[in-house]
Design a protein around this ligand. Structure first.
Ligand SMILES: Nc1ncnc2c1ncn2[C@@H]1O[C@H](COP(=O)(O)OP(=O)(O)O)[C@@H](O)[C@H]1O
Ligand SMILES: [Mg+2]
Length: 373
């Protein structure tokens, strides 16, 4: 590079740098303005830099004042075109962001979000992200509403379920008091069973509130799943016989699990009770246990005829009972029927860091519990 060229580069750099610095100051001032102004500023700085460079190096180029005038005029026209062009380009960006803002506003009002598919990639990505967030929000809102409804129903149902046995008890005690009872022993037996049922229901509610408060204590021990299942089968056998349901089970020998024995027994008992209740006469309920890698898997299979697909994810909800019709058909032996059993199962299993799920499997459904071994 010749000496002249070096001079020219240095002079041009100085002049254009001055324009660039001025542009930087202006960009700070208008930083909060519309994108249009910033894009126009970029065009202006580019052309302004050229003009400043031409003026600064005019002598070195031996330009006549006429030639210099021509060059500057050309630059001026180029500048105008550049600014116009920048407005056109930034307009489309601004339109895109306006549309995005409008969509976001509507989302705030109606909860519906329509992702826009025009505009620059960044805005489209932002829009798609908003659409996903809107989806998640809608899901969690629906879930929240459903839980709120079941909580309200729970209170209504539990009061209903407590009121009828209480009314029965009052009638029976009054009859006994007045000496009107023909068969006092029968009355006493019936009162006892009503009281037992209410105690069970209150126990379930208490257990559930402890689960929800997160204060459920699990004292882990190494327990044999086979023992737990045998006890559960022995306990449920009379009920199964009465219902004409065949109850059986098979646990892999030596399937040990680190669990709270009382909690685990409760889980199995609740699942088996449900399975028997929903299985028709002559149906089969089977309990199986096995070790899969480092988890223990317990499955309770029944012949309930399947749970409707749209209900599958609700069975573990508090107070959910399959139908919204609250039939006061009360099951004396099988438990409270307040829709708490599976919520308790889920709570206990999760306190063990395990998981529980249900799948339909002809002729019924299968509840599957997985616990860390
Ligand atoms: N083994 C099963 N087969 C078919 N449906 C079931 C079974 N277990 C539970 N369900 C359904 O899930 C609901 C909730 O069960 P659960 O929480 O135990 O409450 P409850 O037994 O008091 O009704 C039941 O009312 C029933 O509709
Ligand atoms: Mg139940």
């Amino acid at each position: 590079m010749t000496r002249d060229q070096v001079d020219i580069v240095l002079i041009a750099a100085g002049w254009t740098a001055a324009v660039g610095a001025a542009g930087l100051v202006v960009s700070r001032v208008i930083a909060a303005r519309s994108l249009r102004w910033l894009v126009a500023l970029v065009a202006l700085v580019a052309v302004g830099g050229v003009i400043a460079g031409v003026i600064g190096t005019a002598d070195a180029m031996f330009l006549s004042s006429h030639d210099r005038g021509v060059v500057l005029l050309v630059c001026l026209v180029a500048g105008l075109v550049a600014v116009f062009f920048s407005f056109v380009v930034s307009s489309s960006v601004v339109r895109g962001s306006d549309a995005l803002r409008e969509n976001a506003r509507r989302f705030g009002e109606t909860g519906e979000y329509a992702a826009s598919t025009t505009g620059p990639a960044e805005l489209q990505a932002l829009s798609a992200e908003l659409a996903r967030t809107a989806e998640k929000l809608r899901d969690s809102r629906e879930r929240e509403e459903m839980l709120e409804t079941s909580r309200r129903e729970l209170v209504a149902w539990v009061s209903h379920d407590l009121r009828s046995p209480l009314a029965g008890l009052r009638a029976m005690t009054e009859a006994l008091e007045d000496g009107m009872a023909e068969d006092p022993t029968r009355y006493h037996r019936q009162m006892r069973s009503e009281v037992d049922r209410m105690v069970r229901m209150v126990d379930d509610l208490f257990e559930l509130s402890r689960i929800h408060a997160g204060v459920l204590q699990v004292s882990l021990q190494n327990v044999d799943l086979g023992d737990i299942v045998s006890e559960a089968i022995a306990g449920a056998d009379p009920v199964a016989r009465a219902a004409g349901v065949r109850l059986g089970g098979m646990v892999e020998p030596g399937a040990m699990v680190n669990a709270d024995p009382a909690g685990l027994s409760r889980v199995v008992a609740n699942l088996v009770t449900n399975a028997i209740r929903h299985t028709p006469t002559d149906g089969v309920v089977s309990i199986t246990g096995r070790v899969v890698e480092n988890t223990v898997e317990l499955a309770v299979t029944d012949a309930c005829g399947g749970i409707p697909d749209e209900d599958l994810h609700r069975v573990f909800d508090v107070a959910w009972r399959g139908t919204s019709a609250r039939t006061p058909e009360v099951d004396q032996q099988h438990g409270t029927g307040a829709g708490l059993g599976l919520a308790i199962v889920k709570g206990i299993v999760e306190a063990h860091h395990g998981m529980v799920q249900v799948v339909n499997e002809s002729p019924g459904c299968r509840f599957l519990v997985r616990l860390p071994a």
